[in-house]
Design a protein around this ligand. Structure first.
Ligand code: SF4
Length: 275
């Protein structure tokens, strides 16, 4: 009996494996496996840029992708000022896929995609198919990775880069935003990033209505809304900018706003409590 217990204990010690932290590539591969993709092919993930956290040129302090943070934590405007932008490993995956999709849409997939890994090809083709579905068989024009600006006279209040702006044959304007991660965000009508793109497009293209789609190729999901409320959007976004710039704007920590905050990344925020 004693000998058996010793043997079991010894075996457990030998077989014990320390839990490993997993990279985004590994999490993504597991996700594909769980969703019925071939495990053998998941090893063909695209290369990850090193280091995992990369410093990029600065975005505008009120670019659409940071507006939610400004709305939730107005003081983040001051805290992030002068800190270089950072991108995580997951962010680099997003850039990688956005580049591939942009190239494919520009070329209308006329070029072969056989040089791509199977994951890249699958994702690119899904996005191109989605694009055709919402824009129609032909468009008047399309702009890929287009920077839009919201101006007050000569002053640029913010700018940001849209994934797709297209004009359908009937003259209606469509914006598509690719979300290549595996988490769903706010619906389009509640999404500040989309609202900010729309406001800038309404001003720059002199249109009153913009239809926006967020497409999640990895989740087979989409969210859609048509905005016709320019003055409401302007009031909301100007309000966020004004309260952020005011002296003594509040620091309000929280999961959504702190996660990608540069003040957190550089350990500069006195209010950050861990998210
Ligand atoms: S870390 Fe959080 S609390 Fe601090 S500035 Fe950033 S968003 Fe605000």
């Amino acid at each position: 009996m004693f000998e058996t217990i010793i043997k079991i204990l010894f075996k457990s010690i030998i077989e014990y494996k320390k839990p490993e932290s997993r990279s985004f590539a590994e999490i993504y591969a597991s996700y594909l496996e769980e969703n019925g993709e071939s495990p053998a092919e998941t090893s063909a993930l695209p290369p990850v840029h090193e280091p995992a956290m990369v410093i990029l040129p600065e975005d505008h302090p009120f670019c659409p992708s940071v507006l939610e943070r400004r709305a939730l934590c107005p003081g983040s405007y001051w805290m992030e000022m002068d800190l270089p932008d950072v991108r995580t490993e997951a962010g680099m995956y997003g850039l990688h896929y956005h580049g591939l999709i942009a190239t494919a849409i520009k070329n209308s997939i006329s070029e072969s995609t056989s040089h791509l890994s199977w994951q890249d090809e699958r994702l690119v083709k899904k996005c191109c198919k989605f694009y055709r579905k919402v824009v129609g068989p032909d468009e008047q024009w399309v702009e890929v990775e287009r920077r839009v600006r919201f101006m007050e006279g000569e002053e640029e209040l913010y700018n940001g880069t849209t994934d797709i702006i297209a004009c359908r044959q009937d003259g209606s304007i469509v914006v598509i935003d690719w979300k290549t991660g595996i988490y769903e965000l706010d619906s389009v009508q509640d999404n500040l990033q989309m609202k900010a793109y729309v406001l800038a497009i309404m001003q720059e293209f002199s249109v009153k209505s913009v239809s926006v789609y967020i497409y999640y190729p990895n989740l087979n999901k989409r969210s859609q809304f048509t905005f016709n409320n320019e003055s409401e959007l302007e009031t909301e976004i100007r309000g966020i900018i004004t309260s952020s710039k005011s002296e003594g704007s509040q620091l309000t920590p929280g999961g959504n706003q702190c996660f990608f905050c540069r003040a957190k990344a550089y350990n500069k925020c006195p209010e950050y409590v861990g998210y």
